[in-house]
Design a protein around this ligand. Structure first.
Ligand SMILES: [Zn+2]
Length: 237
């Protein structure tokens, strides 16, 4: 392979290496944001449970107040009952007493139900808090390991750019701009191998003449179909 083509193949490899860094960084960011989102959700679950408990406690207190009032009412009814004579009044008081007792039963049931709700939600809250602590810890650990990964990528990137700078400084400007022109549309497949007499950029078969040129010529040969720079691989040669 001629020197210029050899440089182009190397440059193309380095550019591929450089372009592969961004998806790795994105993957790290994605992993971190997923972990952070999980912890946030767990935290809002705790808040939700706290609000539900607060609400149930408030309702319980209202029912307790009501129960107290109904107790007073029942006491006053029983006092009145002993002092009245007419049957009509007795009946009216009896009705009032029945209603108050029914309301008391209902308030008691409601308090019992709310007690159960509170107990259940308190249990859920404990679990949610444990989960939150766990997720927070996982997020912190992930931050540490991802930071190490980020630094590793930074080092690799610096090395790749240094390698590229060194190579480019030795290359001919004319060849470099020819390559960059192709790279604008072909991106990382600007320089491709020929395998089984096909261009590995557009995957079309190249004619015998071009194939022979790729294998024997000292010039830079491009694909007659797509215009990518072709080279022969050691194995194919
Ligand atoms: Zn092609």
């Amino acid at each position: 392979m001629n020197k210029y083509l050899n440089q182009l193949v190397k440059l193309s490899e380095i550019n591929k290496e450089i372009d592969a860094f961004e998806p790795r960084v994105q993957k790290i960011n994605k992993t971190l944001s997923v972990a952070s989102e999980k912890a946030k959700t767990a935290n809002s679950d705790i808040e939700l449970l706290e609000n539900e408990i607060k609400d149930a406690k408030l309702k319980r207190a209202k029912n307790e107040t009501l129960l107290g009032e109904l107790g007073d009412k029942l006491k006053s009814i029983s006092k009145k009952t002993s002092s009245i004579k007419s049957e009509k009044e007795v009946k009216a008081l009896q009705l009032e007493e029945d209603i108050a007792k029914e309301q008391s039963d209902f308030a008691n049931d409601e308090i019992n139900r709310l007690e159960k709700v509170i107990e259940l939600k308190e249990g859920d809250k404990v679990k949610a808090k444990e989960l939150y602590v766990e997720l927070q810890k996982a997020e912190e650990d992930l931050n540490v390991s991802m930071e190490a990964e980020r630094n590793a990528i930074k080092d690799e990137m610096a090395a790749a750019y240094a390698k590229k700078d060194e190579l480019v400084s030795k290359m001919s400007q004319k060849i470099l701009s020819f390559y960059e022109k192709i790279r604008k549309w072909a991106h990382n497949s600007a320089v491709v191998p020929v395998r089984k007499q096909a261009c590995y950029g557009c995957f079309m078969r190249i004619n015998d003449k071009t194939n022979s040129l790729v294998f024997n010529s000292e010039d830079i040969i491009t694909c007659p179909h797509c215009g990518r720079i072709l080279y022969r691989e050691a194995a194919e040669a």
